[in-house]
Each structure stands twice: as C-alpha cells, then as structure tokens.
Design a protein around this ligand. Structure first.
Ligand code: G3H
Ligand code: ZN
Length: 277
C-alpha cells in the first residue's frame, strides 16, 4: 500500500533499523524492487531523481510507481529524491509523491534553512513530510567522501530551523562508485542521533559502502539508506549479458528484473528491514 514518508520512517524509528530507498528509473526496476519487498515482507521507499520529475520520464514512471505501491502488500513510500527547487517539488506533489526531499545543501546554512523551511510549509499544506540535507554529499568520482562531516551544531540548527522529518547528513559517503571503500564517521551519526532522536537520519550514497559500515551506521541511528548506482548496475549488468536472440522486450527484461530483485533482497536483509510487516 502507498504510505507517507512519516509512516515508513516511524516503523524504522521504532524498530531500530533502516528503510532502503531505491532509486527507480523504469517499470523493470520498480517491478524488481516491489517483488523483493513483498517476498521479504519489508517496507520500502521507491524514489526518483528530481530530473525525472523535471523531464518527461516522470510523467510515465510516476504512474508505474503508484500502481505498484497500490497493489503491494507492504508499505511503500513514493519519494522525490534530491528535489532541486520549488518547481520540481510542485511537480513531485502533482505526480503523487508521498515524501519529498529538498536539496539546498550547496547553499550556506542560512539559505539552506530558508529554502527548506519554505518547502516544509508547502508540503505540510499537502500532508507530505520532507527530507532535507545538511552538509553537502557530493560525488565519489570527485572524491567528495573525504569532505568534513556534518557537525552536531549544524544538524540541530538546521532541524530546528526547518521542521524537517528526515535529514541527510554528510558522514563520509558520496554518490556513485567509490575509488576506495569509504570509512564512515559512525561516532558522528551516533552524536547527531542522540541530539535529534525525533528526526530520522538518512545516509546517501549507499552503493559500494561495505556491509559492516552500513550495519554500524544503522546501529548508530541511520534510518533511511539510499541506493541508486547499484540499482542501475543490477539492471544493466543483466541487460548487457542477455542474448540478442531474445527479441521480445518483455522476455528480454525478465533476467534484469530478477537481478534487481536479488540486489534489493540483499540490501533489505542487510538493513534489518526484512519481516517487519
Ligand atoms: O540520492 C540517491 C543516493 O544517494 C544514491 O547514491 O548512487 O551512490 O547509491 P548511490
Ligand atoms: Zn543522494
């Protein structure tokens, strides 16, 4: 069933585990992840990048996500990921998102707070909770995982100034595949979690983070973990392997869907998200 961001995060907050948030791009990635979530009885978040909301893709992918969520026997939140601004957020709401992220993390903290607060108010008017980002999480290709962690003071100032429900923090991850395995600032996760127990902490850049680091982060208080790049690889690796003799596209896609499912099953179990509903 389609549920709000607050609903899935509250399950994780109470249970002390993390909800995987998988970036989806097309019908096949949605099908693979929903199959995994239902099999594992796991609440999940399906999210799409802001650019999909801004481009034509969102118009087609959003109804697929909504149809999948409506049919699913497990709670599914449909989240806008890295919302670039008010226009993209408005589009996300129109497409039926039940969770919204606003990413104003490249702005100085005052501007980030101002932008985020406005989006929190706009979304509250629509009954939707918001994820914000404090401390910019950049790209692994640029080596951004080495940047400084979000401080407790920044996190508290940002959370109190905005009213966000969830908060992405910089603790040593970055987007895309890492050149070498990242070392997360687990102590900082625990400190921020202790200071803000009412805000669900989010780890971006989940692809390629070693399992023990993921588990330590969850133990320290991370309640949502994003996986994007490895959803793409789990899908594309199989597409590239599939014989060109298979012409019918629906048959061609079957192995790719199964591979996305296998990837999602692995992450659901790693995060402690299996058998929760
Ligand atoms: O917002 C999306 C995620 O942070 C994805 O990061 O592609 O490194 O898994 P990733
Ligand atoms: Zn991200």
């Amino acid at each position: 069933m389609l549920v709000s961001l607050d609903e899935v995060l509250s399950l994780a907050d109470k249970g002390g585990y993390a909800i995987p948030a998988f970036n989806v791009y097309n019908m096949e990635t949605v099908m693979g992840i929903i199959a995994a979530a239902e099999e594992q009885r796991a609440p999940v978040i399906l999210q799409f990048y802001s650019r999909l909301a801004a481009n034509e893709e969102g118009y087609y992918v959003a109804p697929i996500i909504l149809a999948a969520a409506a049919k699913a026997a497990v709670p599914v939140c449909f989240h806008l990921d890295h919302g670039a601004g008010e226009k993209e957020v408005m589009r996300g709401i129109r497409y039926g998102c039940t969770g919204i992220m606003i990413d104003a993390s490249t702005q100085p903290i005052e501007g980030n707070i101002e932008t985020t607060k406005k989006i929190v108010e706009l979304c509250a008017y629509n009954g939707i909770q918001v994820e914000g980002e404090i401390g910019h999480i950049g790209s692994a290709a640029a080596g951004d995982e080495a940047s400084q962690s979000t401080t407790v003071e920044e996190a508290v100032t940002y959370a109190n100034g905005t009213g966000i429900r969830a908060m992405a923090i910089m603790v040593g991850t970055a987007h895309g595949h890492y050149k070498k395995a990242p070392k997360l600032d687990i102590d900082r996760v625990a400190e921020i979690h202790a200071a803000l127990p009412q805000v669900s902490l989010v780890l971006h850049g989940g692809s390629g983070v070693p399992d023990d680091q993921i588990q330590a982060a969850v133990k320290a208080g991370i309640r949502k973990i994003n996986f994007g790049t490895d959803v793409c690889y789990s899908f594309l690796d199989k597409v590239f392997e599939t014989s060109r003799d298979k012409i019918a596209v629906d048959l061609f896609m079957k192995d790719a869907i199964q591979n996305v499912k296998a990837f999602a099953v692995e992450k659901i179990n790693l995060l402690g998200d299996a058998n929760r509903v």
